[in-house]
Design a protein around this ligand. Structure first.
Ligand code: BTN
Length: 252
């Protein structure tokens, strides 16, 4: 359940796992735990969130028991610009865990969605505590659709879940254990993450639409730098994207 030794980047072993029936948000819980002095490695898992947080200020909703909803508190000795590596590592660890437990291999959509085909299986939201320019805590939050029967109409055409992909029940606990083991290993070798991430990234080589707060544009996704930025080739030249939404477009 835990990796045995402290990692070179200071994140240390993962655990304990704290299980909650109900919480507003596991990310909020883990961030408050960090502020209260909780050590690196805490894994918070909830059956249900009443105010789950998504990227870009969105909400994340799932009925009780349908998803693996978790947040991992880390206290890495890394620069703020490198925090994205922890999320990329989590994406890889979860993709590998899904493959091991459910038997299919999700791809990654930039920056950190897990997809099956064009349907979303999982999303990630990382939040950092920074004091005097130093990262004091990072919370990596992950929501994986594991065991759904019916999606609400808003996401019925765009979401999927492990049980729907494989046609039988998939255990959230087995997925949690598989993830924790793999994430511990990934954290111990962050240097290997960018290359492995690029290999799993379904966005590369695709025609994409980038939606930013102020504009949107289209082009071809041609690369991801080691700092996690996406390079898009547009008719007006290359654009570097550090945040925003990516829509995978059908080939023209
Ligand atoms: C996204 O918008 O795709 C990211 C969604 C992240 C949701 C997870 S569920 C567990 C954790 N706690 C939260 O409040 N959010 C993350």
């Amino acid at each position: 359940m835990t990796s045995a030794a402290a990692t070179p980047n200071g994140t240390g072993p993962l655990g304990p796992i704290r299980r909650l029936d109900e919480v507003d948000s596991t990310n909020r819980y883990a961030l408050d735990a960090a502020r209260a002095g909780e050590a690196s490695g805490l894994v918070v898992v909830a059956d249900h969130q009443s105010a789950g947080r998504g990227r870009l200020g969105r909400t994340w909703e799932a009925p009780a028991g349908a998803s693996l909803l978790m947040s991992i508190l880390l206290r890495p000795t890394i620069r703020l610009e490198a925090v994205h590596l922890l999320t990329m590592a989590a994406g890889l660890a979860m993709a590998d865990a899904v493959e091991a437990v459910a038997g299919f291999a999700p791809t990654i959509k930039w920056p950190n969605d897990l997809l099956v085909g064009d349907r979303k299986l999982a999303g990630m939201l990382t939040e950092a505590e920074v004091t005097d320019g130093e990262v004091t805590a990072v919370v990596v939050g992950i929501g994986v659709n594991v065991q759904w029967t019916d999606f609400p109409p808003e996401i019925a055409q765009t979401a999927t879940a492990c049980n729907l992909v494989v046609g039988h029940d998939v255990s959230r606990d087995a997925l949690l254990d598989a993830f924790v083991a793999r994430y511990g290993s990934r954290l111990a070798d962050l240097d290997a993450v960018p290359e492995d991430y690029r290999a799993r990234l379904g966005t590369l080589g695709r025609r994409v639409r980038i939606e930013l707060a102020s504009e949107s544009f289209e082009g071809e996704a041609v690369g991801v730098s080691d700092d996690g930025s996406l390079e898009v080739r547009t008719d007006d030249g290359p654009r570097i994207v550090t945040a925003g939404d990516v829509i995978h477009l059908r080939p023209a």
